[in-house]
Ligand binder design. Structure first.
Ligand SMILES: [Zn+2]
Length: 99
Protein backbone atom coordinates (compact mmCIF):
# COMPACT_ATOMS: atom_id res chain seq x y z
CA UNK A 1 0.00 0.00 0.00
CA UNK A 2 1.40 3.38 -1.01
CA UNK A 3 1.01 6.54 1.08
CA UNK A 4 -1.72 7.94 -1.23
CA UNK A 5 -3.52 4.60 -1.06
CA UNK A 6 -3.24 4.63 2.73
CA UNK A 7 -4.67 8.16 2.97
CA UNK A 8 -7.55 7.28 0.66
CA UNK A 9 -8.22 4.02 2.52
CA UNK A 10 -8.33 5.88 5.84
CA UNK A 11 -10.49 8.64 4.29
CA UNK A 12 -13.05 6.12 3.04
CA UNK A 13 -13.10 4.22 6.34
CA UNK A 14 -13.13 7.13 8.81
CA UNK A 15 -13.38 10.39 6.86
CA UNK A 16 -16.75 11.49 8.20
CA UNK A 17 -15.69 10.84 11.81
CA UNK A 18 -12.36 12.55 11.29
CA UNK A 19 -13.96 15.71 9.94
CA UNK A 20 -16.25 15.91 12.97
CA UNK A 21 -13.38 15.32 15.45
CA UNK A 22 -11.07 17.85 13.84
CA UNK A 23 -7.30 18.29 13.97
CA UNK A 24 -6.90 18.84 17.71
CA UNK A 25 -8.82 15.73 18.73
CA UNK A 26 -7.09 13.70 16.06
CA UNK A 27 -3.69 14.94 17.24
CA UNK A 28 -4.50 13.74 20.77
CA UNK A 29 -5.31 10.27 19.43
CA UNK A 30 -2.02 10.27 17.50
CA UNK A 31 -0.16 11.20 20.69
CA UNK A 32 -1.90 8.42 22.59
CA UNK A 33 -0.85 5.91 19.92
CA UNK A 34 2.75 7.20 20.04
CA UNK A 35 2.65 6.52 23.78
CA UNK A 36 1.42 2.99 23.13
CA UNK A 37 4.26 2.54 20.63
CA UNK A 38 6.71 3.68 23.31
CA UNK A 39 5.31 1.07 25.68
CA UNK A 40 5.49 -1.64 23.00
CA UNK A 41 9.15 -0.79 22.29
CA UNK A 42 9.93 -1.79 25.87
CA UNK A 43 8.37 -5.22 25.43
CA UNK A 44 9.53 -8.18 23.38
CA UNK A 45 6.21 -8.81 21.66
CA UNK A 46 7.01 -8.24 17.96
CA UNK A 47 3.38 -8.77 16.92
CA UNK A 48 2.11 -6.08 19.31
CA UNK A 49 4.93 -3.76 18.21
CA UNK A 50 3.92 -4.15 14.57
CA UNK A 51 0.31 -3.26 15.38
CA UNK A 52 1.36 -0.14 17.29
CA UNK A 53 3.40 1.02 14.29
CA UNK A 54 0.25 0.53 12.20
CA UNK A 55 -1.80 2.61 14.63
CA UNK A 56 0.69 5.48 14.64
CA UNK A 57 0.88 5.52 10.85
CA UNK A 58 -2.93 5.33 10.53
CA UNK A 59 -3.44 8.26 12.92
CA UNK A 60 -0.72 10.27 11.18
CA UNK A 61 -2.50 9.64 7.87
CA UNK A 62 -5.78 10.63 9.52
CA UNK A 63 -4.34 13.91 10.77
CA UNK A 64 -2.87 14.61 7.34
CA UNK A 65 -6.32 14.00 5.81
CA UNK A 66 -7.99 16.37 8.26
CA UNK A 67 -5.42 19.09 7.48
CA UNK A 68 -5.40 18.46 3.72
CA UNK A 69 -1.77 17.35 3.63
CA UNK A 70 -0.63 14.89 0.95
CA UNK A 71 1.92 12.78 2.84
CA UNK A 72 3.58 11.49 -0.31
CA UNK A 73 4.09 15.02 -1.61
CA UNK A 74 5.30 16.18 1.81
CA UNK A 75 7.89 13.42 2.19
CA UNK A 76 9.09 13.97 -1.37
CA UNK A 77 9.47 17.71 -0.76
CA UNK A 78 11.34 17.24 2.52
CA UNK A 79 13.47 14.13 1.86
CA UNK A 80 13.23 13.52 -1.88
CA UNK A 81 16.59 15.09 -2.63
CA UNK A 82 18.36 13.60 0.38
CA UNK A 83 18.94 14.66 3.96
CA UNK A 84 17.34 18.07 4.62
CA UNK A 85 20.35 18.97 6.77
CA UNK A 86 23.29 18.17 4.53
CA UNK A 87 21.59 17.46 1.20
CA UNK A 88 23.30 14.09 0.79
CA UNK A 89 21.60 10.74 0.09
CA UNK A 90 23.71 9.20 2.85
CA UNK A 91 23.55 11.69 5.70
CA UNK A 92 26.81 13.29 6.68
CA UNK A 93 25.42 15.51 9.43
CA UNK A 94 27.01 15.31 12.84
CA UNK A 95 25.41 12.83 15.22
CA UNK A 96 24.02 15.59 17.42
CA UNK A 97 22.30 17.35 14.52
CA UNK A 98 18.59 16.70 13.97
CA UNK A 99 17.78 17.18 10.28
ZN1 LIG B 1 22.45 15.00 6.89
Amino acid sequence: MTLPELQEFIRQMYGWKDEQRGAEGTFLWLCEEVGELAAALRESDQDALELEFADVLAWLATLANVKGVDLSRAIERKYGKGCPGCGKLICACGESVKP
